[in-house]
Design a protein around this ligand. Structure first.
Ligand SMILES: Cc1cc2nc3c(=O)[nH]c(=O)nc-3n(C[C@H](O)[C@H](O)[C@H](O)COP(=O)(O)O)c2cc1C
Length: 353
C-alpha cells in the first residue's frame, strides 16, 4: 500500500527518503513557534522541508543569511530539521515589493510600480542581483541547507513576464531576453554550489481563462525549461504564477477553476513533457490514493504540500502505519491559515484547539 509515496527518490542529486515535501510556507509565527512547527512537520515523516522566502539580497524584511543573527537562525532551523531525519531546502527569492534604499534599509514598492521598477533597473544592477543568488546559496549551504530552491516568482517572475517587463535591452523583449536574468541567477547558484541540487520553482501564467501575472506563459514552458536545465537546475517545482489574487495561488476548494485536488498538475505535466529531471507537483494535494496514482504513474516525482501538513503534520507517518483513515484531511477552507496570514496573527488551522 502506498509504495510509491513511501519509496525513496533521487531528487536531482539528493536522495529523499519518500516523495513528500513540505512546500515553502511563510507562517508569520514567532521564531520559537515556527521552530516548534517545523520540528512537528519533520517528525511527521516528510522527506524535505522547504523554508519559504529566504532573501537572496542582504536587505530584507525576513531574517538575512548575510547577518550573523539571521545566519544563526537559519542554521538553527537546519539543525532542528536534520535532528528529525528530514532534509531541508532554502527557497532563495528576490523581492520586487521592497528594494534597497541605498542606506542598508528597505523602501516599499507599490503593486502599480512593479512594472516600472523591474523595467528601469540598470542592467549592471541586475547582474549584481544575479551574483547575490550565488552568495546567498553559498551562505545557505554553510548554514546547513541540503538544497537550494530558486523562486522563479517576485523579481524573477516579473522579469520573465511580458505583463511587467517592458525593457528594451538584453533583459527584455523576446523569451531569450526575458529569461536572461533567471538564467544568470541559476548559473550563479550553480557556480557556487556545483555539488548541491538546485530546484527551480517555475511559476506559470495561463490565458483563456487568465490566471497568474508574473512567471512564464504556459506556451513558453518548452523554451524556459531547457534553458533553466542548461543553466544548472536539477529539478522543478511547478505552480501557478504570482502577482494575482492570493486566492488563485492558494485556492480554496470552492475556487471555480482550481478547486480540485491536484489543481496545478496541468502545469507540471507541461514541464514533465520537456525534461527528464524530477518534477514536483503542488496545489491541493491531500488524498493519499490520488497521490499514489500520480507518483506511481510517474506523472510527478514528488508531491509538495503546504496546507495539508499544517492540518496534519503526521500525514506520512499515518500512511506508513497503514492508518490513512486517521489523517486530518485539509478541506482547503482557507480559514485560519490564510486569514491568519492576512491578519498577521500567524498561520494556524481549524483543527487546532
Ligand atoms: C500560509 C502560506 C504561506 C505560503 N508561503 C509561501 C512562500 O513563502 N513561498 C512560496 O513560494 N509559496 C508559499 N506558499 C504557497 C505554497 O507553497 C503552495 O504552493 C500553495 O499553498 C498550494 O499548496 P497547498 O494546496 O498544499 O497549500 C504559501 C502557502 C500558504 C498556505
Amino acid at each position: 500500500m502506498y509504495e510509491a509515496i513511501l519509496s525513496p527518490v533521487d531528487y536531482g542529486g539528493i536522495i529523499l527518503k519518500n516523495r513528500i515535501i513540505f512546500a515553502p510556507t511563510t507562517m508569520g509565527l514567532s521564531r520559537d513557534a515556527f521552530l516548534t512547527r517545523l520540528r512537528q512537520i519533520a517528525r511527521g515523516g516528510c522527506a524535505m522541508i522547504i523554508i519559504g522566502d529566504v532573501p537572496a539580497s542582504p536587505w530584507s524584511v525576513e531574517p538575512s543569511l548575510y547577518k550573523e543573527e539571521g545566519f544563526a537562525y537559519y542554521a538553527q532551523l537546519a539543525d532542528a530539521v536534520h535532528q528529525e531525519d528530514c532534509s531541508i531546502c532554502a527557497q532563495l527569492y528576490l523581492s520586487d515589493s521592497v528594494a534597497d534604499d541605498g542606506t542598508g534599509g528597505i523602501r516599499p514598492i507599490r503593486k502599480e510600480e512593479i512594472g516600472d521598477y523591474v523595467s528601469r533597473l540598470p542592467a549592471s544592477q541586475l547582474r549584481r542581483y544575479a551574483d547575490m543568488f550565488g552568495e546567498a546559496a553559498r551562505l545557505a549551504r554553510r548554514a546547513g541547507f541540503d538544497m537550494v530552491q530558486v523562486l522563479g516568482d517576485r523579481m524573477l517572475g516579473s522579469l520573465c513576464s511580458t505583463m511587467f517587463n517592458r525593457r528594451t535591452d538584453q533583459y527584455g523583449g523576446n523569451a531569450e531576453n526575458r529569461g536572461r536574468f533567471v538564467r544568470e541567477c541559476v548559473s550563479a547558484v550553480r557556480g557556487e554550489l556545483p555539488q548541491i541540487p538546485v530546484d527551480y520553482k517555475l511559476t506559470v501564467r495561463q490565458e483563456k481563462p487568465h490566471y497568474g501575472n508574473a512567471g512564464v506563459l504556459k506556451e513558453e514552458i518548452p523554451y524556459f525549461v531547457p534553458i533553466l536545465e542548461d543553466a544548472g537546475v536539477t529539478s522543478f517545482h511547478v505552480t501557478l504564477a504570482n502577482h494575482c489574487a492570493l486566492s488563485d495561488v492558494i485556492p480554496s476548494a470552492k475556487h471555480p477553476y482550481f478547486g480540485k485536488e491536484g489543481c496545478f498538475l496541468q502545469y507540471s505535466d507541461a514541464v514533465r513533457s520537456c525534461t527528464n529531471l524530477p518534477v514536483c507537483g503542488v496545489g491541493g494535494l491531500t488524498d493519499p490514493d490520488f497521490l499514489e496514482e500520480q507518483l506511481d504513474s510517474g506523472r510527478i516525482s514528488c508531491a509538495a504540500m503546504s496546507r495539508q501538513l499544517i492540518a496534519d503534520p503526521e500525514w506520512v507517518n499515518k500512511i506508513r502505519l497503514g492508518r490513512p483513515d486517521t489523517i486530518r484531511r485539509c478541506v482547503r477552507c482557507n480559514g485560519r491559515c490564510i486569514q491568519g496570514m492576512l491578519n498577521r496573527s500567524g498561520v494556524h488551522c481549524m483543527y487546532e484547539t
